[in-house]
Design a protein around this ligand. Structure first.
Ligand code: ATP
Ligand code: MG
Length: 343
């Protein structure tokens, strides 16, 4: 458990209570441990990812993270900041290439969406984003000076077949367990790297006869996501397209405080964290919504601990809390009862 910075410790305290209850009542036998990461670790040890913290992560079946970063550390060189030197470093060193970002709209919160309730009621999308490759990591990259004195920025968008296969495998298997539909998003009409992507994903489809595979260009996918989002079940895409589409999908649900995420390695070991950041603007006030982190615990139990029933118990409990009209400020609406993080 890495609480991190900002609201991280507040939401983690609540998530830990939930995890401890389920751990005891369901005899899960999970051993919990804590370590510092991000700005908190910089303050204590001068580095965002102390060796001891990484050793604990590498040893663990799963990692639960609150959030890292904040204005206090924004003056550091980018490479030393909590996000890059803490979070991205764990992802990279543990090869957590498979990013799962569900966008679920709880019926109790249908009014919070940016879309009409009838378009989003019952929305349940899972975006599977490749997280350790693509244009964010491709070489060469940089800003260079041209002969005419003008500068030019350049990045390289690259995926090899094994990178495509391993993320597509994650997505096909999740589609099998969910609604049986997978949409692969690319830009195969323009970019060679995604022509290969489409070819590889298409080729894998024969191994998953029970999954209905479709392909969509990313521009169309963006449009469909805000036009008729319920047509999607599982979406698989590369790093950059996934970054953009998962944020768009998150907004359809209307509350960043409700959305969990997972980042998995090839064996299913993973890091689980809320989609939101450290929210420095509300840190220390006891008003942050802990549900994204609590739902991240549920994802952790499902995907890394093979305890789907325990996960379901937590998800049902979250639903019941919403049924009772209990709302933190971010999801509050008239007629509900406003509660604090710990309530
Ligand atoms: P990023 O971390 O992606 O760079 P950011 O720091 O702007 O972006 P957040 O930290 O997620 O993003 O905060 C965005 C807004 O959402 C803030 O106004 C913050 O207070 C609010 N917010 C984020 N998480 C929560 C939460 N769990 N409960 C209530 N409000 C939240
Ligand atoms: Mg942030």
């Amino acid at each position: 458990m890495l609480a991190g910075d900002g609201i991280g410790p507040e939401i983690m305290t609540e998530a830990r209570k939930v995890l401890e209850v389920v751990n005891a009542s369901q005899n899960l036998g999970l051993e919990l441990d804590e370590a510092l990461v991000g700005g908190a670790a910089i303050d204590a040890f001068g580095t965002a990812l102390p060796d001891d913290t990484f050793a604990k992560c590498a040893d663990a079946e799963a990692i639960l993270l609150g959030a890292v970063g904040g204005p206090k550390w924004d003056t550091l060189p980018p490479a030393d900041r909590p996000e890059k030197a803490g979070l991205l470093e764990i992802r990279k060193r543990l090869d957590l290439f498979g990013n799962l970002r569900p966008a679920i709209l709880y019926p109790q919160l249908a009014g919070a969406s940016s879309l009409k309730p009838e378009l989003v009621a019952g929305l349940d999308i899972l975006i599977v984003r490749e997280l350790t490759g693509g244009i964010y990591f491709g070489q060469p990259r940089g800003i260079r000076e041209l002969e005419n004195g003008e500068r030019e920025g350049y990045n390289t968008y690259v995926y090899n077949e094994s990178q495509i296969r391993r993320i597509a495998k994650v997505a096909f298997e999740l589609a099998q367990k969910r609604g049986g539909r997978l949409c692969s998003v690319d830009k195969a009409n323009v970019l060679e790297v995604t022509m290969l992507w489409r070819e590889v994903v298409q080729d894998m489809a024969k191994d998953y006869p029970d999954v209905e595979l479709s392909h969509m260009y990313v521009d169309n996918a963006a449009m469909q996501l805000v036009r008729a989002p319920k047509q999607f079940d599982v979406v698989v895409t590369g790093n950059m397209f996934g970054d953009i589409l998962s944020d768009a999908a998150a907004m359809l649900t209307g509350s960043i405080g409700m959305l969990p995420s997972a980042s998995l390695d090839v064996n299913g070991r993973g890091m689980y964290e809320p989609c939101h950041g450290s929210a420095p603007d509300i840190a220390g006030q006891g008003i942050a919504n802990p549900l994204a982190t609590i739902l991240s615990v549920a994802m952790m139990l499902r995907y890394s601990c093979a305890e789907p029933q325990a996960a379901q118990l937590i998800e049902d409990a979250v639903s019941r809390v919403l049924d009772q009209g209990l709302r933190t400020a971010d999801i509050y609406s008239e007629g509900c009862r406003k509660v604090s993080t710990s309530e």
